[in-house]
Design a protein around this ligand. Structure first.
Ligand SMILES: [Mg+2]
Length: 227
């Protein structure tokens, strides 16, 4: 309790923004298969993989695109489409087996009944999210997948679009996610950040990244914002 009181005046919270995969949903996206296929493609387009600086696939595709474009703009476009098709295929495979976390819907519903706005942001594609959560629009005030923004989180553009859509400021909002990207993105936007242990990131890693709170799962947020 002392930790709660020390950190933030939670009564002022106007919005809670959730990540989707690993936070609101149990989804086993095969990232190593995805990576393997994208890197195969990169090699086929003659790009030296050792020169790649970005860490995550979406950003890697954006990094490689202009390198190919310099020699041949039409191959660059073809590369981009093929790479995104790989991501989409692997994400849809996972979505067919995916499901929401137990009590996830109830959590979202109860927050909104208390007048707290709910947003959902994800680096996943919209189609895969809707496959797992067809009624998503009935449970949140805004949903922004990677298909609707130029740059995805941790780029500030993704969260800023969400804050704008919800008409709230970062200071009045909480970001909840299972990955360090979520914590980084939330901190850049000046939000309170909450890490959940339903993904691969451990408590100490969240603490090192500066998360304000670490919860067992996203349902714990109801208890956290209780007056
Ligand atoms: Mg996640």
């Amino acid at each position: 309790m002392d930790v709660l009181e020390k950190r933030v005046p939670l009564r002022t919270v106007r919005a809670i923004i959730f990540d989707f995969d690993g936070t609101l949903a149990v989804l086993n996206i095969d990232f190593s298969l995805m990576r393997e296929r994208v890197f195969d493609l990169i090699r086929r387009y003659g790009v030296n993989e050792d020169s790649i600086k970005e860490r995550y696939l979406l950003e890697i595709i954006d990094e490689v695109y202009p390198i190919i474009w310099k020699n041949d703009p039409s191959s660059a476009k073809e590369f981009y489409e093929k790479a995104h098709q790989i991501l989409h295929d692997v994400e849809m495979d996972a979505a067919r087996e995916g499901k929401l976390i137990p009590r996830g819907k109830e959590t979202l519903k109860s927050l909104r009944q208390r007048g707290i706005k709910v947003g959902i942001i994800t680096r996943n594609c919209e189609e895969a999210v809707r496959k797992v959560f067809p009624e998503i629009d009935d449970y949140c005030d805004a949903f922004i997948s990677r298909d609707s923004v130029e740059n995805v989180k941790p780029h500030p553009g993704h969260l800023n679009s969400m804050l704008e859509a919800l008409k709230v400021s970062g200071e009045d909002s909480i970001m909840v996610g299972d990955h360090l990207i979520d914590i980084q993105a939330g901190k850049i936007a000046g939000m309170i950040t909450v890490g959940v242990l339903t993904g691969r990131i451990k408590r100490n890693e969240f603490e090192e990244a500066g998360a304000d709170y670490v919860l067992k799962d996203a349902n714990g947020i109801c208890e956290l914002v209780k007056e």
